[in-house]
Design a binder for this molecule. Structure first.
Ligand code: ADP
Ligand code: GLC
Length: 525
């Protein structure tokens, strides 16, 4: 029996991407799509870039009465992903340069309408539109798609079942409550046990209340968001749904992030035991960024959104001291984000010419060179639901320094300084606690000290490069979740709840209130 999944998202690389959400959605869908077994259809707004990337499209439905007016549903296939796609076209809503904000970073004032329309259209597809495949499961990603379960409840549709994946609960889609009628949300759904949140309308809360199952992108983040420090005000709502929540760690697309054959680094493939080209990538990186070409330098990369989440403010304070203390250190920064933080980092670049280079912006080819050429990745985060970037770095033998939060606490292996130098032969990176400049500086000191022991450093590089981060680990866990939800599940798959895996996981699940899904072995230090 074929399982039909409709994946609804604001991002999916290469149609649309501002960060890890885009990578995670397309990576997962690709890993799940198996013609004849599991059919995954992506559904996104018809942004200009998505229309360009999607290949030939045909109009398959005209949807009247959506928030923001009539839209058309375009169907096709994304050639680079080999996946069927539905794009919701309403040029008044989606024909803009940014996904969520204009070039100055100002959020579009009608984002509530834009993403309510996406969710309404997905709910209609789920309900059934002639000529469009009706899904068995709607998989909604983050707040942009979180109203799908609410609209299905309003339609009194018990099927298809819905799975809401939480990639980052810091973004919730919070808008004035009086917008509800324009978004087709009934008054009876604007209560505190539904979409209302401190007198406002909260898309993510509505999704958490009404989705049949909720998944979180790492085990540690799933636990953290039940606490006030990480719950962003939703900890109580999440705790109420804890019995219907699971954690499934992301993977990375190992065909795109492949040091042996990286399409952006032709002829520069490298692997464990054949690392010569990593040195060539390092030289290219130094040249491209205007750093002093020096093979002995310790090149530390920062490649992420330049935001407080990513501790860009802390990095701006910690890096001058680190550059003064370690003459071998070079810093290479690629990213964009909050303007004052970008300016603080650019200032550093001016203060340390040849040793600190800052490129504001983000291009995929430069990101690949950054991960391939650097020795170290500095990835501080105040919270990190999963964190794909350190995994990309590890694949290329670039040792991450990461905060001990969320997915990074699960994926970066660091026995810790008190266990002694020898124990670091098992490590894949350096973790640190706290968000002060001193905390980050101490972690940089520790990484540079480790690098002075080439045999230990090389062991860490090998461990990092060997670790299997592919989606092939996560995809079966999602499949089990879908099948457990799906009323027309194949024989032999247990009904109702997703089964817990193993006694240890079960007790962990009960304590945290989460159904204990086994994380793959690579997450255990
Ligand atoms: P997050 O999604 O929180 O930014 P992840 O590490 O999970 O963190 O994913 C980041 C992804 O976004 C990576 O694919 C990275 O290459 C990309 N990325 C980082 N910074 C930018 C940027 N300024 N513009 C576009 N993409 C970026
Ligand atoms: C979000 C999170 C990031 C995660 C990504 C994919 O953007 O901030 O940690 O890796 O989603 O799930």
């Amino acid at each position: 029996m074929i399982l039909n999944i409709l994946a609804v998202s604001a991002e999916a690389f290469p149609l649309a991407k501002t960060g890890g959400l885009g990578d995670a959605v397309s990576g997962l869908c690709r890993a799940l799509h198996r013609p004849g077994h599991t059919h995954v259809t992506l559904m996104l707004p018809a942004y200009p870039a998505a229309l360009e990337q999607a290949g030939p499209l045909h109009e398959c439905a005209r949807l009247e009465g959506l928030a923001g007016g009539t839209a058309t549903l375009l169907a096709g296939t994304v050639p680079s992903l080999g996946l069927p796609v539905l794009l919701l076209r309403n040029d008044a809503l989606y024909r803009r340069d940014g996904l969520y904000a204009d070039a100055e970073g100002n959020e579009y004032p009608d984002n509530a309408v834009r993403f309510a329309a996406l969710a309404q259209a997905a709910a209609r597809v789920a309900w059934g539109i002639p000529g469009v495949q009706r899904p068995d499961i709607v998989h909604a990603h983050d707040w942009h798609a979180a109203l799908v379960p609410l609209y299905l409840r309003q339609m009194r549709a018990d099927e298809p079942k819905t799975l809401l994946t939480l990639h980052n609960i810091a973004f919730q889609g919070v808008f004035p409550l009086d917008l509800a009628p324009a978004l087709g949300i009934r008054q009876s759904f604007c209560t505190s046990d539904c979409a209302e949140f401190w007198g406002r309308l909260n898309f993510l809360k509505a999704g958490i209340r009404h989705a049949d199952l909720i998944s979180v992108v790492s085990r540690t983040y799933a636990r953290e968001i039940l606490t006030p420090a990480f719950g962003c005000g939703l900890e109580g709502v999440l705790a109420d749904r804890a019995d219907d929540s699971i954690s499934i760690p992301n993977g990375i697309d190992v065909s795109v992030w492949n040091p042996q054959a990286d399409e952006y680094l032709p002829g520069l493939g490298f692997s464990i035991g054949r690392m010569e080209n990593k040195a060539v990538c390092k030289r290219r990186l130094q040249e491209r960024f205007g750093l002093t070409p020096d093979p002995a330098a310790a090149v530390m990369a920062l490649g992420s959104r330049v935001t407080r989440q990513k501790m860009a403010d802390v990095a701006a304070q910690a890096l001058p001291g680190a550059l003064e203390a370690h003459p071998e250190l070079q810093v290479c920064i690629l990213g964009r984000g909050e303007k004052p933080l970008e300016a603080a980092l650019q200032d550093l670049g001016r203060r340390y010419p040849g040793r600190c280079a800052v490129h504001v912006g983000f291009q995929e080819p430069e990101a690949h060179l950054l991960h391939a050429g650097a020795d170290i990745l500095l990835h501080g985060s105040r919270f990190e639901p999963f964190g794909l970037t350190p995994l990309y770095a590890m694949r290329y033998g670039t040792i991450p320094i990461g905060s001990r939060v969320g997915g990074m606490a699960d994926t970066i292996r660091d026995p810790g300084a008190p266990r002694g130098l020898e124990s670091m032969r098992q490590a894949t990176g350096v973790l640190f606690d706290g968000d002060s400049a001193a905390d980050m500086a101490a972690a940089i000191d520790r990484a540079l000290a480790l690098r002075r022991h080439p045999d230990i450093w090389q062991a860490m590089q090998r461990n990092a490069m060997r670790t299997d981060f592919s989606w092939s680990r996560a995809a079966p866990l999602y499949l089990r979740a879908y099948r457990a939800l799906c009323p027309r599940r194949p024989a032999g798959v247990p009904a109702a709840r997703v089964p817990a895996v193993g006694p240890k996981e079960e007790s962990r699940g009960r304590r945290a209130g989460l159904l204990g899904y086994a994380d793959p072995a690579w997450t255990r230090p």
